[in-house]
Write a new protein. Sequence first.
Length: 470
Amino acid sequence: MNEILDPLLLARWQFGLTTIYHFLFVPITIGTVTIVALFQTAWYRTGKVHYLQLTHFFGKIFLINFAMGVVTGIVQEFQFGMNWSNYSRFVGDIFGAPLALEGLLAFFLEATFIGLWIFGWDKLPRGLHLATIWITAAGTILSAYFILAANAFMQNPVGFTLNGERGRAELTDIWAVLTNKVALAAFPHTIFGAFMVSAGLVIAVAAWHLSRSQHLDTMRPALKAGLWTMIIAGAGSVLSGDQLGLAMVQTQPMKMAAAEAMYNTSTGADASFSIFTLGTPDGVHELFSIRIPYLLSFLSTHTLNGTVEGINDLQAQYVQLYGPGDYTPIIWVTYWSFRWMIGLGMLHILVAVVGLWLTRKGRMPQKRWVWKVAIWSMPLSLAAMIVGWIFTEMGRQPWIVFSLMKTADGVSPGTTGLEVLISLLAFTAVYGALAVVEFKLIKRAAQKGPAPVEDHLDEEGKHVPVATVY
């Protein structure tokens, strides 16, 4: 019973669940707003009405998702004060700067120009109105960067001095925080991943309509756009992931060692990458594996003869640096989350490549299973991003701020396990209800399909506000 009501365990579960739930909306928002901007740009340049229809159609889906993302994101702020007050006091001076920039600059940029985009269809010149959606997209991406910069401090603390008397880290160099090597590497990887998620949404929606021979004039170009976006963003995700891996090895070598479950330091061919491994229940000894020689060496150092430090050596180093304790994350979580992230992402890219081949030269597959694969593959990239974040955060353990504060020291000292459990159950119930509402709203909008172009014109042939269309 004591373990069930452990405040630290429950606080970690609550923050993990609410963060993952909020993250369901983040990549869809980031990617979809850019796709909407691209569709509106295509309409602006070509005058083809199906691009206008796609702008309104996916714009509606974007707005539903954006609203839900804002609601769930607010809860994240409460978590710091409720369950992680020691952590908040320790990093508050550091986090204040990027989070303030995110709120005052990026979020207000989004909120202002999304309003102009919604209500400015018949009030702003076409070029100026187009600029509002691009500024909204820029604000969304900028918001993501500031959040990643704050998170990067937890992975690689920079730009601070430690005030022993006050027991907290104090900001000395905001530029160092904003240009943290982890943030610079994580940002493009996250954005490309978000584009993959939104491309999967476009592919699934287009496939659903095309499988029923509906809205062919709009859904055919939408499908092509989704497939090409998936492939391009997938390539960008692979390349940026490689750079993120290099930054991870430089700043958190234990995370890379745990990702491979490599206990002993290895060099060259011995620093191999396992596609699949079976081990003993404690994860210490390997029973069977399928390995690619040299690959881990290349991923970690970009050389075939590089040396990758193992868990045992790093554990010994950390004991000398930080004192007695276990500095290894949960190995099976980091090992499998790393592989699920890669596997799910690559599978979604493969679906897009095959889809592009099957629909070449205007062809439309006749077999229904092809369309079902396209539809049901939609969650692959989203799942890849979620397990990727699990890997990122769990691989940092036992640190909440690497090398400075352990997770166990960040929890609120006055909060009881029962209080955390009650709030955990309440948040879970509310989020469950919101999930049902979100799913039904997006499903209804997606299945309804694009409105006929006549519905977007008034009696004088002018475009009506998008809010009216919605």
